[in-house]
Design a protein around this ligand. Structure first.
Ligand SMILES: *[C@@H]1O[C@H](CO)[C@@H](O)[C@H](O)[C@H]1NC(C)=O
Ligand SMILES: *[C@@H]1O[C@H](CO)[C@@H](O)[C@H](O)[C@H]1NC(C)=O
Ligand SMILES: *[C@@H]1O[C@H](CO)[C@@H](O)[C@H](O)[C@H]1NC(C)=O
Length: 206
C-alpha cells in the first residue's frame, strides 16, 4: 500500500498549486454546489492517485466526455451537444438504472486535463449485500495533472453527492474511483508512485 501520509502531503502540495493557478485567473469556475431536496444531505468524497506514467497516456484514453469505456466500464449510449463543450450531456445504463450527466466545465492544457459534471439522481443497489441507495444528484470534478517533469501523473477527484446514506455513498464512490484508476494504470503498465518523483526530487514546473 502507498503511504497515506505521503499521498496526503502530495495532495496538499497540489491543492496549493491549484489555488495559486486559480488566483492567476485561469477559468476554473467549477461550481460543485448541488441543491439537496429535503431528507437528503450533501457529502463529499475526495480521492487522489499518482502513477508513474506521463499525462498523455491517461488523456489519450480519458480525453473525451462522450467516451467512458475506461471509467467503471461505462457505456454512453445517448449524448446531446458537442463533446468536451460545457452543456453537453451523456447518458447510459448503470447498474440497473440510467445515469445522465451534464458537462459543466472542461479545461485542457499541455500539463492538465479537467472535467466537471453534474449527474441527475437515481436509485440503485450497489451490490448483493447492500441496501438500495438513492442519490438525489451529484457533481464530480476529475483532474489529471502532469507532475515530476512529465514523468508521472496526479489524478484528483472530488465528488459531491446528495444522499440519505452518506457512509454507503462514500464507500461506493471510493470503490469505483480506486478500481477505475488502478485498473487504468494497470492497463497502461503504470505503477503507483508512492513517494518522491523518480530521480529528481522536485515537482513539475509550470
Ligand atoms: C472509446 O475509448 C476506447 C479507449 O480509448 C476506444 O478503444 C474506443 O474505440 C472508443 N470508442 C469510441 C466510440 O470512440
Ligand atoms: C440506453 O440504455 C438504456 C439502458 O439499457 C436503455 O433504456 C435506452 O433505451 C438506451 N438508449 C439508446 C438510445 O439506445
Ligand atoms: C439527459 O438530460 C438532458 C438534460 O436534461 C436531456 O436533454 C437529455 O435528453 C437526457 N438524456 C436522456 C437519455 O434522458
Amino acid at each position: 500500500m502507498r503511504s497515506a501520509v505521503a499521498c496526503r502531503a502530495l495532495a496538499i502540495v497540489f491543492i496549493g498549486l491549484t489555488l495559486t493557478n486559480n488566483v492567476q485567473g485561469s477559468n476554473h469556475p467549477i461550481s460543485n454546489d448541488i441543491e439537496c431536496p429535503p431528507n437528503s444531505h450533501v457529502g463529499f468524497v475526495h480521492n487522489s492517485y499518482t502513477y508513474n506514467a506521463p499525462l498523455h497516456k491517461f488523456t489519450d484514453i480519458a480525453g473525451s466526455f462522450f467516451n467512458i469505456s475506461w471509467y467503471a466500464d461505462g457505456i454512453v449510449n445517448s449524448t446531446t451537444g458537442t463533446d468536451n463543450v460545457p452543456g453537453a450531456t451523456r447518458s447510459g445504463p448503470f447498474v440497473g438504472t440510467i445515469f445522465n450527466e451534464t458537462l459543466t466545465a472542461f479545461e485542457k492544457r499541455s500539463d492538465m486535463l479537467l472535467f466537471s459534471y453534474h449527474g441527475k439522481g437515481f436509485t440503485f443497489i450497489p451490490g448483493p449485500s447492500y441496501p438500495a441507495l438513492r442519490w438525489d444528484g451529484y457533481s464530480e470534478t476529475l483532474r489529471f495533472e502532469s507532475i515530476c517533469s512529465g514523468k508521472a501523473t496526479y489524478i484528483d477527484l472530488i465528488t459531491y453527492t446528495c444522499s440519505d446514506n452518506q457512509p454507503l455513498t462514500y464507500t461506493v464512490w471510493s470503490t469505483v474511483h480506486t478500481s477505475t484508476f488502478d485498473g487504468l494504470a494497470q492497463t497502461l503498465g503504470a505503477t503507483i508512485l508512492a513517494g518522491d518523483c523518480p530521480q529528481e526530487a522536485h515537482y513539475d514546473k509550470h
